[in-house]
Structure formats: structure tokens, C-alpha cells
Ligand binder design. Structure first.
Ligand code: SAH
Length: 242
């Protein structure tokens, strides 16, 4: 009798051990597959197009983009394209995320404001580099989802706000950098005012035809440079009334 129950116990333990190792090996396999895809994304899509900033390349190699896209498109997460996320919004193409981050010239001690949290991916890339990241999202379900994902991934330095990013985030201004990931027709004036002297803003501007712009503030004067044509979702809220 004793032997039979010992046998059952042993069998059950062996079975559980088998199941746990299979799950471990399988999930680890998935993770190493994504790591390889991430490395190839950085090499072939980002470095190949001229992004050189080591902090940016490291962040792009680190952030698990597949966790920020809907489960059904997970295997496409490292493709050279934007992807749809919830609420008819998009997560930007990896190269555009890297380019915009590089244009900001982020430093570890910087305080950065992002408008348009979306999936939270760009905020995570910024948080890999900068001490203080503030991000604002106007669509509440997206804001909630991004906050819960980024919190679960231990991005503890990101601060979240649900609301219209047009007004920026006065309490935490001025910012070393401002990154806007939805396109307004005109540059929102409150954002210009919340940019530090010497600070940089990266923003897509326009309607049908949008241009990625780099704005720098020097001696209180805003200098504008056109970078490349882009296509972002439109910025909503206050900017539509202007
Ligand atoms: N940075 C995101 C991409 C977001 S797409 C990422 O990495 O996934 C642009 C986002 O801007 C959308 O989620 C949209 O809801 C948001 N948005 C549009 N207008 C906004 C506004 N006025 N204030 C804040 N967020 C806005």
C-alpha cells in the first residue's frame, strides 16, 4: 500500500517536473527567438539607415517590442513597419522610433515629455535612457493598458497622465526634450513654452502630408528643421479647434 502511494507521488512529481521544464524551455525558446529578431531589426532597419547613438541602439535592443503589440500580431512585432494597436491607433515603425529618439539627443539625466503614449513602447525606449519620462495619452483605455503593462515590466520612472497633451504638463516643465507621436496641424504653443533653453522637440506636423520636424530652442528662439516626410495618426483634442 505504502509503495503504491509512494509510486503515485513520485509519478506525479516527475510529471510536474516534466511539464514545468517543457514550459520553461518553450518560453525561453520564444524569448531567444524574439531576441534574435530584435538584434536583426536594429542591424538591418536602424543601423543600416544611419542611426548611430549607442544609447538609442541599446534601448532598441533591450525593449521587448513584441509585448507592446496585440497578441495576434506578436510575430510581426519586429517587422520594418508600423502596426495597428487598440482603439484604431498605431505603434510606430521601429526605425521611426529610433530616429525620433536619436534626434532628441537624450541623456541619462534628462527629463522628457512624450505626447501620445499609445502602446507605451516609445515611453519604454525613452525610459531605458532617461531618468524622468512623462507621458500623456488622450484615449483612456490606451492610457490604462500602457500604464499597467509598463508597471508590470518594472519601468518605475515613467509618470502617466490621461488627457490632452496639447497643454503639455506644466507641473513638470521645463523639459530637456519633448517627443510628440501624433500629428497636429500646427505646433502647439504650450509645448514650445515648456521646452528648456537648449532643449529639443521632435514632432510630426501636418495634415495629409506630414513632416517630421526637429525644433531647438536657443537663446529663447525656436529653430526649425525639416527631417523627413512621415505618416502619424492625427493629434486630437484642443489642436483641432485651432
Ligand atoms: N508613442 C506610441 C505611438 C502612439 S500613436 C507608441 O509607442 O505606441 C499616437 C497616440 O497619440 C495615440 O495613442 C493617440 O490616442 C494619441 N493622441 C492623439 N492626440 C492626442 C492628444 N491630444 N494628447 C495625447 N495623446 C494623443
Amino acid at each position: 500500500m505504502m509503495n503504491t502511494s509512494r509510486c503515485i507521488l513520485f509519478g506525479a512529481a516527475a510529471f510536474l517536473l516534466f511539464v514545468f521544464s517543457a514550459v520553461y524551455v518553450f518560453s525561453d525558446g520564444e524569448e531567444s527567438k524574439y531576441k534574435l529578431l530584435r538584434e536583426s531589426m536594429v542591424k538591418n532597419q536602424i543601423e543600416a539607415r544611419g542611426v548611430k547613438n549607442e544609447l538609442v541602439l541599446h534601448a532598441m535592443r533591450t525593449v521587448k517590442r513584441h509585448l507592446f503589440v496585440p497578441a495576434k500580431s506578436r510575430e510581426y512585432a519586429y517587422r520594418d513597419s508600423a502596426l495597428p494597436i487598440a482603439e484604431n491607433q498605431t505603434i510606430s515603425q521601429p526605425y521611426i522610433v529610433a530616429l525620433m529618439t536619436e534626434l532628441l539627443q537624450p541623456k541619462p539625466e534628462h527629463s522628457i515629455l512624450e505626447i501620445g503614449t499609445g502602446s507605451g513602447y516609445q515611453a519604454a525606449v525613452l525610459a531605458e535612457i532617461c531618468e524622468n519620462v512623462y507621458t500623456i495619452e488622450i484615449v483612456e483605455p490606451l492610457a490604462k493598458q500602457a500604464k499597467s503593462l509598463l508597471t508590470s515590466l518594472w519601468y518605475q520612472t515613467i509618470q502617466f497622465k490621461t488627457g490632452d497633451g496639447y497643454q503639455g504638463w506644466e507641473e513638470h516643465a521645463p523639459f530637456d526634450g519633448i517627443m510628440v507621436t501624433a500629428a497636429p496641424k500646427q505646433i502647439p504653443q504650450p509645448l514650445v513654452e515648456q521646452l528648456k533653453e537648449g532643449g529639443r522637440m521632435v514632432i510630426p506636423v501636418g495634415d495629409q502630408n506630414q513632416t517630421l520636424m526637429l525644433l531647438t530652442k536657443k537663446d529663447g528662439v525656436l529653430h526649425k528643421k525639416e527631417i523627413i516626410p512621415v505618416r502619424f495618426v492625427p493629434m486630437t483634442g484642443e489642436t483641432l479647434k485651432k
